[in-house]
Design a protein around this ligand. Structure first.
Ligand code: HMG
Length: 399
């Protein structure tokens, strides 16, 4: 392996659901002061998938523009990270492989560890690319976050998929070597196989996340990582966007740095634009934070040319249960030529608002488990749809 080989994120694209529920509609239904949602947790709306959308259709919609731009010839591995899996045996990535007509000479696998798995996928991908820099890896993070109706977690639901092409000499972000790792066996959030909605101890989950921030940073520093002041911004996992602010304050305190609100705001603000209107997308969330940061770099630097060229960005990936990782990336000079800002904003703007009653009906939908023929209503206007469940098989179509 050549020592000057750089690896990282060559392209990034995301997709989200057909519908959106504004938090004003949820607040009007349950009598919550809207300030709690808008200010208290930092959320404005949540994406809701149509009846004929799921993690596969969103993943394929996110990855299709990447395949269209770069071709599929060099993609020999697809790693699909999710915690809203649709099958206990078959990887959701195999459906995506088929919908995108990727070459048969390809390995496809699904990874799980709550919201953390996309970062594990990224690190595995980097290892594969270092072994053979001519190959690229398609990493996809796709999730639908679903809590019980009328529970405190309901306001933090969401849905999205992020697809990233990992390769040598990347156009967007070089991923750096030292990683800070942290694992602790906690029951802060989990979903037994027999449940469609997650179980959570909200306050414990926040405490476990902050514990993981400390743990990863301690290990990152011991591995020879950068000091906090070298980072232009920090992309945190965002179950709700206020969590990124809590996490960053906690990190600065832990490092003995001043925690003035301006410093926290500068480090985090530009990473929250997409998560605040999409909601928790679990595995995809930290990479939606990166997408928002890169897409807004012009605003961040007052519109100067270059934006984040050559700047360091910190990533904190947290998955309940829990596993976390802190690592750094360097934004590649000229990255702005490769962004998908207009498509990303369109994915958000194209969503149709739901009334609370429509959202509740979609939330309560699930397929009968009788092996019968269950076509789905044609709702999505996206490129792929889940057409039916027939004989216990999921049938996907290209629209
Ligand atoms: P809650 O009980 O609904 O809300 O739970 P709260 O009473 O804690 O209030 C939330 C904030 O709003 C507080 O601010 C209030 O003061 C404020 P804080 O003290 O935290 O700074 N507030 C107001 N602000 C302005 N105007 C008002 C107002 N009223 C209150 N009128 C909770 C909130 C997030 C716990 C809940 O929604 C929940 O359980 N969510 C799901 C769990 C979660 O997101 N945990 C985050 C960490 S774990 C994680 O990130 C992993 C995860 O993504 C899963 C995975 O890894 O797979 C979840």
């Amino acid at each position: 392996m050549s020592s000057d080989l750089t690896t990282g994120i060559h392209d990034l694209s995301f997709a989200t659901g057909e519908y959106v529920l504004p938090h004003t509609a949820l607040a009007a239904y349950n009598g919550t002061d809207i300030g709690k949602y808008h200010t208290g947790i930092g959320q404005r709306s949540m994406s809701v998938p149509a009846a004929d959308e799921d993690i596969v259709t969103m993943a394929a919609a996110a990855a299709a523009p990447i395949v269209a731009r770069h071709g599929a010839e060099r993609i020999r591995t697809v790693v699909f990270a999710t915690e809203s899996s649709v099958d206990q045996a078959k990887s959701a990535g195999v459906y995506v492989h088929s919908l995108l007509q990727l070459p048969s000479a390809c390995r496809v696998v699904e990874l799980k560890q709550a919201c953390y798995a996309a970062t594990a996928a990224l690190q595995l991908a980097i290892g594969l690319v270092r072994r053979d820099p001519s190959q690229q890896v398609l990493v996809i993070a796709s999730d639908v976050s679903k809590y019980d109706l009328d529970s405190p977690g309901e306001a933090t639901q969401g849905a999205a998929a992020v697809a990233m092409l990992i390769g040598a000499d990347p156009a967007l972000v070089r991923i750096e070597e030292p990683s800070g790792l942290f694992t602790a066996d906690v029951m802060d959030f989990w979903r037994p196989n027999y449940r469609e909605t997650a179980l959570v101890d909200g306050q414990q989950s926040i405490a476990a996340y902050l514990q993981a921030v400390e743990g990863t940073w301690k290990d990152y520093a011991e591995q020879g990582g950068r000091p906090p002041q070298e980072f232009a911004a920090f992309c945190y996992h965002q179950p709700f966007t206020k969590m990124a602010y809590k996490a960053h304050r906690h990190l600065l305190n832990y490092c003995g740095q001043a925690t003035d609100e301006d410093a926290v705001e500068r480090a985090v603000k530009h990473t929250t634009a997409y998560n605040s209107v999409i909601g928790n997308s679990y595995t995809a969330s930290v990479y939606l934070a990166l997408a928002a940061l890169l897409d807004q770099a012009g605003d961040q630097t007052g519109g100067q040319d270059g934006g984040l060229d050559g700047r360091s960005v910190g990533f904190l990936s947290y998955g309940s249960g829990s596993v976390a990782e802190f690592f750094a990336g360097t934004v590649v000079p000229g990255y702005r030529r490769h962004l998908r800002t207009a498509a990303h904003r369109a994915a958000i703007d194209r969503r149709t608002p739901l009334t609370y009653a429509e959202y509740r009906e979609l939330h309560q939908r699930s397929f009968p488990a009788d092996g019968g023929d269950h076509p789905t209503p044609a709702q999505t206007t996206g490129p792929f749809r889940l057409a039916a469940l027939r004989g216990h098989k999921r049938l996907y179509d290209t629209r």
